[in-house]
Design a binder for this molecule. Structure first.
Ligand SMILES: Cc1cc2nc3c(=O)[nH]c(=O)nc-3n(C[C@H](O)[C@H](O)[C@H](O)COP(=O)(O)OP(=O)(O)OC[C@H]3O[C@@H](n4cnc5c(N)ncnc54)[C@H](O)[C@@H]3O)c2cc1C
Length: 462
């Protein structure tokens, strides 16, 4: 492609900004990033309280966040944040120890022994039967192939046939049962469901395992995690400061029309002309959202194939609240509430996060899901109250909410559409209308997978 190609990028979150960085690295300097909000970072949102930044969105990374590491290198920053630590409570607010931590405890506990056996088996199965399961993105999976880049520092291109990969379309619960390892769900559930990615009886195993590949999941178990002192938003603010064309904030896109080999974008009342467009903003949002966010199918001249495929996308209703507590009610550490990570406890508090070890006057953030595929959605206000009531049960009462949002979170498709080749159909459309699709739904809803997908998109098409 001509290096002077005029490229419009919609969205100044991790996917959009890293698309800009990778384009620039490849010699494309004629790109424009349009961001609807008055800040960059998207779901990496780190507001200030009392001189320090807290996290309303993304919190952590793992050592295999290679694309995020590219950004760190590009900007000369590093993951210098507070060490994460957590403990566990049951639904009654009692501190529990779900995993025996010492060998002596394991030997006394037959359940733990069984779990260890299944974990070992699962690791072996992923390496052998499911070879290729962990490449970024979903190309070929539904057809029993893998085609992408390895999750290694060198990110080698890997391709191959493996019919077993079709199993990844199954909900994760079914996938584990089919493989005789149901107990491993107890380990995967913490960094999956409580982080808002849905329930194991509804979400295809592909999403679970591409995000939490074996190594990454073990990093969560060992709390071998990265954070950033200035918050995750800082990573993307820094990137925005270091690229040649920072995102244009407060860009209200009214219309996008594609014809005659050109892309016409009406932004803040003016029509601008481009050659190509990369969409990292939501492709489809079922229903209306209070924050005014729209799917691209509402402001683009969408074609029938785009409309049909994107209509299959659903997302999680993941609510985050930031509370102030009295010093005597402050949790001494972050807590996971495992009992609340099942559909029967929809709307309840699943995790709450204390960020700064030595600071008493700080906000505590809480996380809850209020939608399951087969259940009635819990209204936002009801869920908010449930979370406050749960904090009392946890012995950490807090009434003063200083910040809150209901996130358009983890766009994905369900098993039937996954198995029917949704990803291969969308991948086949890349570039067709001078349009490229990137961002969370194309890979997975975390900082690294989205940035990595942008890297690959630039590698493959530009
Ligand atoms: C509570 C929470 C916790 C999380 N925890 C983690 C974590 O610990 N680790 C991790 O790696 N990830 C985490 N994530 C997920 C991570 O933040 C996202 O996956 C990542 O930000 C996705 O990047 P993106 O660029 O694809 O989308 P987004 O971050 O959503 O960015 C999209 C951007 O597009 C803009 N936009 C939308 N519509 C338009 C439009 N019409 N015109 C112009 N601009 C538009 C938006 O304003 C936004 O800035 C978390 C997210 C949340 C909410």
């Amino acid at each position: 492609m001509d290096k002077n190609t005029r490229i419009c990028i919609i969205g100044g979150g991790p996917a959009g900004l890293s698309a800009g960085m990778y384009l620039e690295k490849k010699g494309y300097n004629n790109y424009t990033i349009l961001e609807r909000q008055d800040r960059v970072g998207g779901k990496c949102w780190s507001p200030y309280y009392n001189g320090k930044r807290y996290e309303m969105g993304a919190i952590m990374g793992v050592p295999s966040y290679y694309a995020v590491h590219d950004v760190e290198e590009f900007c000369g920053i590093t993951h210098d944040g507070p060490k994460l630590n957590r403990n566990y409570k049951n639904a009654a607010g009692e501190v529990i120890e779900p995993f025996a931590r010492t060998l002596g405890n394991i030997i006394k506990n037959p359940w733990m022994l069984k779990m260890k056996g299944q974990l070992k088996k699962f690791g072996d199965l992923l390496e052998t039967k499911y070879k290729g399961y962990d490449v970024n993105g979903h190309r070929g999976v539904a057809e029993g192939r893998y085609d992408g880049y390895a999750v290694t520092p060198g990110r080698e291109k890997v391709q191959g046939e493996n019919p077993n990969l079709k199993d990844l379309a199954l909900p994760f619960k079914e996938f584990c049962e089919k493989n005789g390892v149901p107990l491993v769900q107890k380990i995967w559930i913490g960094p999956f469901t409580s982080f808002g990615y849905g329930y194991f009886d509804e979400i295809p195993a592909a999403y679970v395992l591409k995000y939490l590949d074996f190594q990454t999941c073990m990093n969560f178990v060992k709390v071998n995690l990265w954070t950033w002192e200035q918050g995750t938003q800082y990573i993307w603010e820094q990137l925005n400061d270091h690229i040649k064309h920072p995102a244009r904030l407060n860009s209200a896109i009214e219309k996008v029309e594609r014809h005659d080999g050109k892309v016409f974008v009406t932004v803040n009342g003016e029509v601008e002309e481009f050659d190509k467009i990369i969409v990292t903003a939501p492709l489809h949002i079922p229903g209306k959202r209070a924050d005014g966010q729209k799917g691209m199918d509402e402001y683009f001249d969408v074609r029938d194939d785009e409309k049909e495929l994107f209509s299959k996308i659903d997302y999680e209703r993941y609510d985050v609240q930031a509370f102030l507590t009295k010093p005597e009610n402050h949790p001494e550490i972050s807590y996971y509430v495992f009992d609340n990570m099942v559909p029967e406890k929809l709307g309840h508090l699943m995790v709450y996060y204390r960020r700064w070890k030595d600071q008493i006057d700080q906000v505590i953030t809480t996380y809850a899901l209020r939608k399951h595929k087969n259940m009635e959605e819990i209204p936002y206000e009801t869920c908010r109250q449930m979370v406050q009531d749960d904090l009392k049960i946890m012995h950490n009462p807090a009434e003063e909410v200083i910040n809150e949002w209901s996130v358009y979170y983890f766009p994905h498709v369900f098993s039937e559409d996954y198995a029917a080749g949704w990803y291969d159909k969308v991948e086949a459309m890349q570039g067709k209308y001078d349009t490229y699709y990137a961002g969370e739904v194309m890979s997975f809803g975390d900082m690294d997978e989205t940035a990595e997908y942008s890297r690959e998109l630039v590698e493959r098409f530009f």
